[in-house]
Ligand binder design. Structure first.
Ligand code: SF4
Ligand code: SF4
Length: 478
């Protein structure tokens, strides 16, 4: 998705607005980082533009409380570039209002349907931090019947009416326990989208233990743009129900799967054990996965609201996670792994607050956030026709105000962070505070800006230049 700077409309820079603006000021969403040789890298967290410029240019145009007039002699070229990337904005525009409008238009856009499908909550592993699993509603349905599959397809098809694109995310439990359901439902949705002139894309989140060659062959027909496989540090977190280590078997599976289907590797950071990271990187490279994986990223695992072991998991404190993930991103990259180099520490975009998104649980119930699946009292409806909508469970998500938190008003990370994950904010606010999230989030952002800018070093360093052009982020994380 692309969008314009604040000089124009939400859909793109409007020439008429740009020409009307006379006085420009630095955006409140500029986040600067010092670079060697008296330069700065500046990320605008609303437009997503990352610009490297001389410290002198920063002082001239972007240092706080500066103002710049369009008709000011001699400054036009640099300023025009900074305006075009959203680093300079018209003085008379309220940037918070523009961000709010952007969130609203994104959240109520009619063009895409996003569906997270959870065909089963069952899993063959027993990770301590899992927010699904055995502690959910007793008697919860663990896999779909054929009738349920048909209801789900009909519900998705009906919700997709008039849309231009459908995005499916297969999740669980361990979704590959329901590979037949994934195959059957995909074989109905893909041609239906084609017939309706709608684009179809799908992703799948898995622990990788069941990615046999046969399963990969089946998945190749399921329209997946990528699969995400999760491994843990320490590896022992991912044991099967008999207590056996699964790490080597998962990497063996990946050695085949990553050649056939684009594969992202998510490394969950449970504890800081440097020898374990080295072992993992060696094991990946030994299998040539540094050449075949599309992306490697590190993730924090936090204490779930309701996990399988009575929430007894001790998460790595977020500030420690922030330090370890920066260090390991750099080390993994130096080892040749395809480490994600986006400026944002976490994936941007919260489906729960989007009008045309839903999560379908194994029980056929509809939720907004995947973290609620299995908690029937949080569902807002069902795929069964004639089921009334429970507005009390739907409206708070759609009306969620990303800009409601006082602490965020002056924060330069607000457009992408949006005050943090709404599920955490709504149901585990104490944990959000205890995480000391903000300071560490901003530090990670700065570390990533620095790395990204240094990676883009060129002989012209020091000249004003755009490393990544504007591409507005959405609020929150998924
Ligand atoms: S939650 Fe923290 S990091 Fe996020 S926008 Fe608010 S103040 Fe900034
Ligand atoms: S960002 Fe939070 S609330 Fe939104 S979908 Fe993800 S977990 Fe749920």
């Amino acid at each position: 998705m692309t969008g314009g700077g604040l000089g124009g409309s939400l859909k793109g820079p409007g020439k008429e607005t740009e020409s009307l603006a006379q006085v420009w000021v630095p955006s409140r969403f500029n986040l600067p980082v010092d670079l060697p040789r008296r330069r700065k890298a500046v990320l605008n967290t609303f437009t997503g533009a990352l610009v490297v410029l001389a410290a002198e240019t920063w002082r001239q145009h972007l240092a706080s409380r500066r103002q710049f007039r369009c008709d000011q002699a001699g400054a036009a070229e640099d300023a025009a570039l900074l305006q075009s990337q959203g680093l300079l904005v018209p003085q008379n525009v309220n940037e918070l209002d523009v961000v709010r409008l952007h969130y609203l238009s994104e959240n109520f856009s009619d063009s895409r349907l996003g569906v997270t499908v959870v065909p089963t909550l069952a899993c063959n592993l027993s990770c301590a931090y899992c927010f699904e699993g055995t502690a959910r509603t007793p008697g919860v349905v663990r896999a779909w019947t054929k009738r349920r599959e048909d209801q789900v397809v009909q519900h998705i098809a009906s919700a997709a009416s008039g849309k231009k694109a459908m995005d499916i995310c297969w999740s669980g439990g361990e979704p590959l326990l329901a590979i037949k359901t994934i195959s059957r439902v995909s074989s109905l949705l893909i041609p239906a989208c084609k017939q309706a002139g709608m684009s179809y894309s799908a992703t799948l989140l898995t622990n990788g233990t069941l990615l046999s060659r046969d399963v990969v062959g089946t998945l190749e027909k399921c329209g997946l743009s990528y699969i995400q496989v999760t491994v843990d540090v320490p590896a022992a977190e991912k044991r099967d129900r008999r207590g056996r280590d699964t790490a080597e078997a998962v990497l063996d599976n990946l050695a085949f799967a990553a050649r056939r289907i684009p594969t992202h590797l998510r490394i969950n950071l449970g504890r800081d054990e440097p020898a374990e990271f080295d072992r993992l990187y060696d094991a990946l490279i030994r299998r040539n996965l540094h050449q075949h994986l599309k992306r490697v990223h590190f993730a924090h695992v936090f204490v779930p609201e309701c996990g399988p072991r009575g929430c007894g998991f001790a998460a790595m404190p977020y500030p420690i996670y922030a330090q370890v993930s920066t260090r390991e991103r750099r080390r993994a990259k130096a080892s040749g792994l395809p480490v994600d180099d986006a400026c944002w520490p976490e994936e941007i975009g919260c489906r729960a607050t989007t009008r045309h998104s839903m999560v379908i649980g194994p029980d056929g119930l509809l939720y907004k956030c995947p973290h609620d699946v299995g908690l029937a009292e949080r569902s807002y409806g069902s795929v069964e026709t004639g089921t009334p909508t429970n507005l009390a469970n739907l409206v708070p998500w759609l009306m969620y105000d990303w800009l409601q938190y006082e602490r965020c008003a002056e924060c330069p990370a607000l457009p992408g962070c949006g005050g943090g994950c709404p599920h955490l904010q709504r149901f585990q606010p104490a944990q959000f505070d205890a995480m000391r999230y903000c300071e560490s989030f901003l530090q990670q952002l700065r570390d990533r800006i620095l790395d990204r800018a240094l990676d883009a070093e060129s002989p012209q360093s020091g000249v004003l230049r755009v490393i990544t052009g504007k591409a507005q982020p959405r609020g929150g994380r998924a």
